[in-house]
Design a protein around this ligand. Sequence first.
Ligand SMILES: *[C@@H]1O[C@H](CO)[C@@H](O)[C@H](O)[C@H]1NC(C)=O
Ligand SMILES: *[C@@H]1O[C@H](CO)[C@@H](O)[C@H](O)[C@H]1NC(C)=O
Ligand SMILES: *[C@@H]1O[C@H](CO)[C@@H](O)[C@H](O)[C@H]1NC(C)=O
Ligand SMILES: *[C@@H]1O[C@H](CO)[C@@H](O)[C@H](O)[C@H]1NC(C)=O
Ligand SMILES: *[C@@H]1O[C@H](CO)[C@@H](O)[C@H](O)[C@H]1NC(C)=O
Ligand SMILES: CC(=O)N[C@H]1CO[C@H](CO)[C@@H](O)[C@@H]1O
Length: 506
Amino acid sequence: MFQNQRLLLLLVLIAISFLIISRETKKTSSQIVLESTTEKPNPNERISFLGNVIENHGEENSEDYFLAVQPHKNINNGTPDQSYEEDHFDSTKCNLQEWNQIETNTIPNQKYHNLLMKSKTEKHNTLLNKSPSPFSAYVYSDHIVVTLTSEQNYSDVVFCRYYDCKMRELFGQHFESRYFPQSTVFCGRRKGAEYISITETLEDESEFPIRIIRRDLGKPSHFFTVCLSPLYGEEPKFLQIVDFIEYYKLQGATFFHIYVKNVSNYDRILLDDYVRTGEVEIIQIHDHFWRADFMWHRVQINDCHFRSKYFSKWTAFLDIDERIEMKKYPELRIVDLLDETSPNVSTLHFSIDWIVKDQLSPAKYLSDEELKENMIFRKFTNSSTKTDTYKQPKCIIRAERIAIMSIHHPPAIYDNSKISVVNYRIAAVRHYRNSFHKLFPEQIKRMMEYGPWKNTTVAPWISENLTKNILKRVKYLYDIKIPSDIIKQKYYAKEGSQMDLERINV
Ligand SMILES: *[C@@H]1O[C@H](CO)[C@@H](O)[C@H](O)[C@H]1NC(C)=O
Ligand SMILES: *[C@@H]1O[C@H](CO)[C@@H](O)[C@H](O)[C@H]1NC(C)=O
Ligand SMILES: *[C@@H]1O[C@H](CO)[C@@H](O)[C@H](O)[C@H]1NC(C)=O
Ligand SMILES: *[C@@H]1O[C@H](CO)[C@@H](O)[C@H](O)[C@H]1NC(C)=O
Ligand SMILES: *[C@@H]1O[C@H](CO)[C@@H](O)[C@H](O)[C@H]1NC(C)=O
Ligand SMILES: CC(=O)N[C@H]1CO[C@H](CO)[C@@H](O)[C@@H]1O
């Protein structure tokens, strides 16, 4: 009965599409098609029934459901690179992938997690979210991690709920877990699960399930990548972004996870272009509960920690105004330091040099000269000379060995690996502190305690290459020569139209 109805629906759909085709091609066979839908063919004959129709090469006034259409060019001379058993893959099924056949009912390091929960390590519960708010999900060899935008309910019980390729719930296969670390839930794996959600009870309707991202490939594809804190606020960003990315590329980084709350359309062109070339992933952030822009930081660090686990061997957590530099051996790069780091070290900890940034960066590319003059590393060189090792340091970590990551350091590590505090004279962070920052005025006051102030510049090889690389990327995107109206008119004419240039405002 049910199958009959489905078939009927299918026939109606075919009839409607045929009706549309027939109208366009001014054929008159549509009535015959509509009549034939009332015949209710036996569902067992479905395959052969449609098969026949397709075989029958659509004579103009036949009763065919499909008209055979010849391709523009004869392309019968190739075969697909790879074939799958397409006869068994229909609209009701999921293709169960090789990698997605694993089931697990425990999560690794549970005992250690319980200890950390007891000691409330990195418990904040400071936001307003009233639901788990799944953000991203990552599958590793024996577990799944769901990160959340919520920062509530540390260590309370929750349920992982699994969904197949069509977002149909895999009923009865839920997994009981806890909110841990903050903004995170660890879940077991389920065969065929492609989406996942989190609810506080099994009766709760889940929020939109999210696609599970693969991080189960074993070997990371990158050696050194960077997580960039959320971008928001009024200051124009394109020059800061290109300076940041090109700087760390010179230092050996090969990929950037960039979290965006809001940037101008002009700045977005640049970010999108790095996505085009495969160097950047943009993670757009938006909460369905109220939160101020600066309240994203912890949630972003947490998400990027799990996003980077088994994606990259080493990951730096940085702000747009921070540049780690090799001070004693300026000819070396950060990746040279990482290559020399003992395998027993899971964290490199860098102290801060403050650099006064007392002007905003420009909003647009105007000329090479103007851009060069405004390049951050050229323009701002007034630097602090004292340091406090534990004052807002930044870290590069081995993500898979860290249990919890926070803004300045990892509060919990899995193995007995070490945090290595890098000698301040060997390497440190040039932190271009915006000296008219409105949000945290007390930080400016504290920064002033790190004098006396000294003029310091970056290594000549960096200055030279960075200038060149920034100019190249910026000009490629923004230095577009606008032709004269006459030339434009000529090209419009080639497309067959005479445009009123003033009207279309180009
Ligand atoms: C989560 O926290 C909120 C606010 O503190 C509370 O109302 C809610 O009951 C908690 N949920 C669970 C599952 O404990
Ligand atoms: C986003 O940023 C742009 C550029 O700074 C600004 O003009 C706009 O008002 C911002 N929008 C929101 C919703 O904050
Ligand atoms: C790493 O740690 C192990 C055990 O603590 C030690 O035997 C080994 O020498 C260390 N390796 C390095 C390179 O420091
Ligand atoms: C460097 O910054 C300090 C602290 O803001 C300031 O007192 C000093 O005048 C600046 N030096 C130069 C050369 O701008
Ligand atoms: C800082 O040093 C650089 C390079 O020696 C020099 O070009 C620049 O003028 C100096 N800036 C200031 C403010 O003294
Ligand atoms: C890392 C890098 O790109 N280094 C280049 C900097 O520029 C000089 C010449 O300008 C090249 O020789 C380096 O290879």
